[in-house]
Design a protein around this ligand. Structure first.
Ligand SMILES: Cc1ncc(C[n+]2csc(CCOP(=O)(O)OP(=O)(O)O)c2C)c(N)n1
Length: 803
């Protein structure tokens, strides 16, 4: 018996020893990757580097507590975590540092993001989901500090839904009974951001399985802790969130970043609490270091005192780990040295392999270019100049693609006066190369799979004489009711969306009918409402999140722009979050309930679909299209349209509205007015008035701004009318300027125009209050009539004398 126990003790200590030594291996692997990474930048082989040195031990503990199906949403220091998890090889780490554009070489971003931006791939090549519960998952990182937090809330919230919404229980590729934990990481300085506080508050309210680890190294670049956080400690500052015996809240833990055993214990218990009880945990990891300073952009000797620098050396987590291993008798110093030296060799080998692969591809292209330029030179009258360009290219140290392509373009420019026969080989090669480069650098802004909105089947709405005439909001209500019934992944949340069914009652009665886990109220927190949607969409759900008024989208536009709109692009199709953001805008009342800031949206949300339906029938059809595709979208309903009567289509939930296809609302021959949203009715009223004096307007509703008229409907109309006016409610130079640019650049209409294309927008200021305020701020029927008339007058002053 005693012998058996002894054997077991022996066995347990062998396992423990092996684990400790494996952890040591990961720690030194990551550290040497950091050290060599910095050198690569200084040697000019990479442009910029930011590394995870000084934070290794805590990340290994986090990796140990992390389970399949879990998600990480973190930041640029987490290389050790990713490596220890087996989701990042050293070679991949260096491939990203060099910006290798191959998704196999750099699975996180295919060379699109600077180093330290981690991600796992959730999707197969064809856009279908992998089994997320069979793999470790990391949401794709972004650089803005703390912007990883809102989606972290959503990733954790998804577990809540999967556990509580019985309709989701079969989706085992996404969740097993909501057991998945969302793990967040953030630097101490970044906890000062509003998004951090907003996320924590919401997580405490929602009681979601979220562990937030704060990597605290006492600085935010050069700025020390006392400038960042009240009381100098985020766990102190947030003590009010701590749960008690009677009140729900957070579990708050503190641990030192060099204390191996305490770290393992803290992460294990945090993971268990979150996973089993759905309690959010804040894990404040203090006394971390940054041996090489913030990044390759500068040296920390500039702002850290001698004492601090010495302290960081003495309390380096790997040094402390070594001391722990030796004093616990797991290994001798010699053995650790041996392991480290072996690891160092392996890191170097993988670094070199990454460089050779990255550089090898470019070398091949360079050699091909040189051969073709020289070959072409022999036939060309510009031989000397061409050979000189080839020589210069040949001499480039660490050449990159730009060197090759820019030289070839210079050559082709030199060859512009020579016949095709002379330059055809070089030109063909260049065209093929540019196709590859397009894929490398410019692809995947939108879905390139069969789930793209373009592939959605068009099914017209069926409206007949016996279709009921109902309020616009009832059209939406019928749509939402249908979708809640037929699509278990669909849910809606937002301020006032649950109990009262949104401020305009499109969800009225639907929470009572479909349940509290389908139609939900939230607090007033636009940014994390969006984050909640992004995270849930990353985990296979189909959220619709509501921003109560378009003017308040500003609170969430940063996240939409930085995170959601870039997701497919920055992972080169590796992840998707098909979130629908529903909001309402255009004219209604006053400064903050009449917004139509399309210019802002169009500049910041490339990568999203932007729908501007003129009524609720169109809106419902657009929602159907979006739910059949996998693209994230913003849909702006007309604030003043919920009480207007519309005919209820018979095929609600089935009819679709295609994206990027304008609709001609009224045919005419004199002038085309291009508009959308609430302006459609204004322009149609103006068209009726103008018809009375013999001016025939063609009125086009663009329906979606992104994508924009992919069928050239507007150009065809201009070919007929030869005059065009772009009208909307945005500021001058906003949405109208965009529409004008799209048509001029892509539809070749210049030759068909008999008059200068014009725009009509709202005033440059926000709209004043009340009906008069609206009249003097937004384009009115009279404004449209007069503007059109002015264009007609300029064409034919006799027929249309000045007003
Ligand atoms: C919104 C935003 N502001 C500024 C920056 C520039 N920036 C990058 S890292 C950083 C400091 C972050 O410090 P901390 O959160 O403590 O993390 P650490 O780098 O120390 O791990 C700053 C200011 C940024 N990336 N995003």
């Amino acid at each position: 018996m005693a012998g058996k126990i002894q054997d077991q003790v022996q066995q347990a200590s062998t396992i423990q020893r092996n684990q400790v030594l494996e952890d040591f291996r990961w720690a030194v692997t990551s550290r040497h990757a950091s050290l060599m990474g910095r050198k690569e930048v200084f040697m000019g082989k990479a442009k910029f580097g930011i590394f995870g040195d000084g934070k290794e031990l805590a990340q290994i503990a986090m990796a140990r507590a992390f389970q399949k199906g879990d998600f990480r949403a973190g930041y640029y220091r987490d290389q050790t975590f990713m490596m220890a998890l087996g989701e990042l090889t050293v070679q991949q780490y260096f491939a990203q540092l060099y910006a290798h554009t191959n998704a196999e070489a750099d699975p996180a971003s295919a060379g699109r993001l600077m180093n330290g931006h981690f991600a796992t791939r959730s999707l197969n090549e064809d856009g279908t989901w992998k089994s997320l519960t069979a793999q470790y998952n990391s949401a794709a990182d972004i650089s803005p500090t703390a912007a990883q937090m809102p989606k972290l809330l959503g990733l954790a919230f998804a577990s809540k839904l999967y556990r509580n919404n019985k309709g989701l229980k079969d989706l085992t590729d996404f969740s097993v009974h909501g057991n998945e934990v969302a793990w967040g990481t953030i630097g101490n300085a970044s906890t000062s951001e509003g998004m951090f506080f907003e996320t924590l508050n919401a997580a405490g309210v929602l009681q979601v399985p979220m562990v937030v680890a704060v990597w605290d190294d006492g600085f935010g670049i050069s700025v020390p802790q006392e400038f960042h956080t009240t009381k100098g400690s985020i766990s102190e500052a947030l003590l009010g969130l701590q749960r008690t015996d009677t009140e729900k809240g957070f579990e708050i833990l503190r641990v030192k970043g060099w204390d191996y055993e305490a770290l393992n214990e803290a992460f294990t218990s945090a993971g268990r609490l979150a996973r089993e009880e759905h309690v959010p945990v804040l894990l404040h990891v203090e006394e971390m270091t940054q041996p090489q300073g913030h990044s390759t952009s500068g040296s920390h000797e500039r702002y850290k005192s001698k004492e601090r620098l010495q302290w960081e050396k003495d309390w380096d987590c790997i040094l402390k780990f070594r001391e722990y291993i030796i004093s616990s008798g797991f290994a001798t110093a010699d053995l650790l040295d041996e392991i480290e030296s072996e690891v160092k060799g392996e890191v170097k080998r993988q670094k070199d392999a990454a460089w050779n692969e990255f550089n090898g591809e470019i070398k091949v292209e360079l050699e091909e270019a040189l051969a073709l330029i020289r070959f072409t030179a022999e036939k060309s009258s510009r031989k000397i100049a061409l050979l000189q360009l080839a020589d210069e290219l040949k001499k480039t140290i660490n050449p990159i693609r730009k060197d090759v392509v820019s030289t070839v373009r210079k050559c082709l420019f030199l060859l512009r006066t020579e016949g095709d026969e002379i330059k055809k080989e070089l030109a063909n090669w260049y065209n093929q190369l540019q196709e590859k480069n397009q894929d490398r650098y410019n692809s995947h802004l939108y879905s390139q799979t069969e789930y793209s909105v373009d592939r959605c089947k068009v099914i017209p709405a069926q409206v007949t004489e016996d279709s009921l005439l109902v309020d616009g909001r009832e059209i939406l209500q019928a749509f939402f009711d249908y979708t809640l019934e037929h699509n278990p992944r669909f849910f809606a949340l937002g301020e006032d969306v649950g109990k009262i069914g949104d401020v305009n009652q499109a969800f009225a009665g639907l929470q009572a009918k479909h349940g509290d886990w389908r139609v939900m109220d939230t607090s007033i927190r636009e940014c994390t409402i969006i984050g909640q949607g992004i995270g849930a969409a990353l985990r296979g759900l189909r959220p619709m999140v509501e921003i109560q008024y378009l003017d308040y989208l500003l609170y969430g536009i940063q996240l939409l722009s930085d995170d959601l709109a870039t997701l497919t692009y920055r992972t080169k199709g590796g992840q998707k979050a098909p979130l629908i953001v529903r909001t309402r805008g255009h004219r209604l009342e006053g400064v903050w309930h009449s917004g139509s800031p399309m210019g802002m949206i169009l500049s910041t949300l490339r990568g999203m679909i932007v729908c501007v339906p003129r009524n609720m029938t169109q809106a419902a059809g657009m929602y159907t299209t979006l739910l059949q595709s996998d693209e994230p979208a913003l849909v702006i309903e007309c604030l003043n349209g919920y009480r207007l009567k519309e005919q209820l289509p018979h095929n609600m939930g089935e009819y679709t509205v295609p994206m990027g296809v304008p609709e001609v609302l009224r045919e005419g021959k004199d002038l085309t007015v291009v508009t959308y949203g609430s302006m459609c009715r204004i322009v149609l009223d103006a068209a009726a008035e103008l018809a009375e004096i013999g001016v025939s307007l063609e009125v086009i509703d663009v329906q979606t701004l992104l994508p924009f008229d992919t069928h050239g409907v507007i150009g065809q109309s201009i070919q007929k009318t030869n005059r065009v006016l772009f009208a909307d409610e945005d500021v001058p130079g906003g949405g109208t300027a965009y529409m004008l640019q799209q048509v001029l650049d892509h539809q070749g209409v210049y030759a068909y125009l008999d008059a200068a294309p014009q725009t009509l927008a709202a005033q440059a200021h926000r709209p004043a209050y009340s009906t008069d305020g609206d009249y003097f701020s937004k384009p009115s029927v009279e404004d449209v009539v007069e503007k059109v008339y002015q264009i007609m007058h300029e064409s034919n002053p006799k027929k249309y004398p000045a007003i």
